[in-house]
Design a protein around this ligand. Structure first.
Ligand code: ZN
Length: 330
């Protein structure tokens, strides 16, 4: 009997990704945030994935009232939807506490009583101003149980980085490798104020919420290397990390007030259509050849991570005028 040609067996397709949008309500969302959210949303949705929304509000003294609602309104205006959330970090403190307990039990963290000034004084190596000096290891000999002797005294929990050279493969940038000792040394996972540090909260959340893909701006590569150490210490499976370039002003510095008002709320209030802004962002990622209005969902078939330029997007007033917006600069 003659056999009919058999159809190639489809390889099992990988599970759809779970992406996330994680605004920090310490300030208003601007065009730079919008570009990263758009990329993260498209990457998950283009492969039939889920999107989770989380508010990173543990930095509570700096939280702006109403910023959570405004961030949701900004995303909805852009046409970026989500399946779960918003999850709010300040409502998830017990999860972070149990992760800290796990790290304490494993002696992966130690109590550190150093003030910022102590660290400045002890550090001899020059350091990048925004990072501060590398932690010199003053308290690293303390066993975690010695925290009991520190009652009444403020202390932070610091993570022992151990073997300091850390690497991973970034979904956008490729191989990354960094000496974490030079890049800050042992880092804080629990602040002396009694609240979790960003690094710990984000790892616990992304793992608990089943996030498989994290797309964020490339100023967070150092954070990722630290977070990978936490994933390993907590026995959690890390997501795929992709770091995309920031949006900068004409002076090459990251988008800020000095570049005029590029807040999404202001752009919205000025009557600019979301499709106009999306067209500008899509053009900057080389998904469309000209700046013209387009909806987020119409970008799904056009999305390619690899066409995004490796250099930052330079946002100047002339570019904003093409979508009918004046930022007040230039
Ligand atoms: Zn210390």
């Amino acid at each position: 009997m003659s056999s009919a040609p058999t159809a190639p067996i489809a390889s099992p397709s990988p599970a759809p990704p779970v992406g996330r949008l994680a605004p920090s309500p310490t300030g208003a969302q601007h065009i730079g945030n919008a570009r990263t959210y758009l990329i993260a949303w498209l990457s998950a949705r283009a492969r039939g994935g889920k999107v989770i929304l989380r508010m990173e509000d543990i930095d509570s003294p700096r939280i702006k009232p109403g910023a959570t609602e405004e961030a949701c309104a900004d995303l909805a205006w852009l046409g970026l939807d989500w399946d779960e959330g918003p999850f709010v970090q300040t409502q998830r403190l017990t999860l972070y506490e149990s992760a800290l307990e796990q790290l304490i039990a494993q002696e992966r963290v130690y109590p550190c009583t150093c003030s910022r000034r102590d660290i400045e004084l002890a550090a001899s190596a020059p350091h990048a101003e925004h990072e501060g000096p590398a932690y010199p290891g003053t308290c690293s000999q303390r066993p975690s149980a010695s925290a009991l002797d520190l009652e009444g005294q403020p202390f932070a929990w610091r993570f022992r980085i151990g073997n300091a050279v850390m690497g991973y493969t970034d979904g956008f940038r490729g191989e990354e490798k960094l000496d974490l000792q030079e890049a800050g040394g042992d880092f804080v996972v629990w602040k002396s104020a009694g609240t979790p540090a960003y690094q710990l909260a984000v790892v616990v959340d992304d793992a608990a919420l089943g996030v498989t893909e994290v797309i964020r701006s490339d100023d967070l590569v150092l954070s990722t290397l630290r977070q990978l150490l936490l994933y390993e210490a907590l026995g959690l499976r890390p997501p795929q990390f992709c770091h995309v370039p920031l949006v900068v002003g004409p002076d090459g510095r990251r988008l800020a007030k000095r570049h005029g008002d590029t807040r999404l709320a202001t752009i919205r209030a000025a009557g600019v259509a979301p499709e106009a802004l999306l067209g500008l962002l899509a053009w900057s990622c080389c998904w469309i050849p000209r700046i013209e209005p387009i909806r987020a969902q119409d970008l799904l078939p056009l999305f390619r991570l690899e066409t995004i330029p490796r250099t930052p997007m330079v946002l100047d007033p002339a570019l904003l005028r093409t979508i009918g917006f004046r930022s007040g600069e230039g």
